[in-house]
Write a protein that binds this ligand. Sequence first.
Ligand SMILES: O=C(O)CCC(=O)C(=O)O
Ligand SMILES: [Fe+2]
Length: 309
Amino acid sequence: MYISHHGIPLSLFQTAQNASLDWFRSPLESKLPANTNNSLNNKGVVGYRPRQTQHINPWESVDVRESFSWRYDPAYDPLHAPSDLENIPAEVKKYITHDEDGFPWSKTPGEFSGPVIELYQAILKLGRELVRVFALALGLEEGGLDGRFTFPDVGVAVNYYPPIAPRDEEVGEGGKEKVSIGSHTDFQLFTLLYQDSVGGLQVLNAEGQWLNARPVEGTLVVNFGDYMQRITNGKWMSTVHRVVNTSGRERLSMAFFWGFGLHERCGVLDSVLEEGEEKKYDEVGCWEWVQRRIEMMREVKRELGDVTA
Ligand SMILES: O=C(O)CCC(=O)C(=O)O
Ligand SMILES: [Fe+2]
């Protein structure tokens, strides 16, 4: 699904895109201070990951990408006045664990952080409007989901994909298909995805065919995530997607993952159930779900004897 006329000026995306490209093109040594291992509280969750250090799907090749991730910090949320920040409930605060020293932004130049944070803030506003659209579509009051996004788990991944060389295309190591980011679903409710004009994003349809999600200027791709599948009792399935960048050019994308606050719970909505319909999914805590998904991915890799990240 694509959205257009979302109100965010194209220039905001382009500025963040160019700033990100400049940063990713800079020498490795200048990016390594922001390496995710240098986070005190969020190793592996926020910060920079160098090329070929991620392997999201062990049945496919290692991901041919670099990325920079950040997660929600209420200090950057236009919804909350600075005075609110002293009164965040303890059960919410438990999961808001950003580093005191401002990592990873403290390890990147302002030319990169400024435009990306500005875009993130615009996306916070847009996503909250979309949440209301989804609430109505799911048979709730317009504001029926708002409360779960007061302190949401909205993360961003800025992804940089160098081109996959044509000779690498068919087979990666061990005969695996070479991918830029392997097939996966996102964990949260939905993802707003900005992509540049290069292309390479693919989504799996119900018949098991990969469809190209071609770039359309001025639009964002909306992918449903795991929470959406669960709250709708499987009526809106989590989108399986991947990227294969064989364009011969570098590609940049920015993915904004929209999750309920990690202190919230995620269960099937009564409003989506037909009479007599059984719930297919148990209610889970959101934090617990994210941990479960990470653990499931690790388990598969252990079984396959895969030692990559
Ligand atoms: O780069 C893209 O188009 C997709 C990125 C993605 O799937 C992710 O970051 O989870
Ligand atoms: Fe994704």
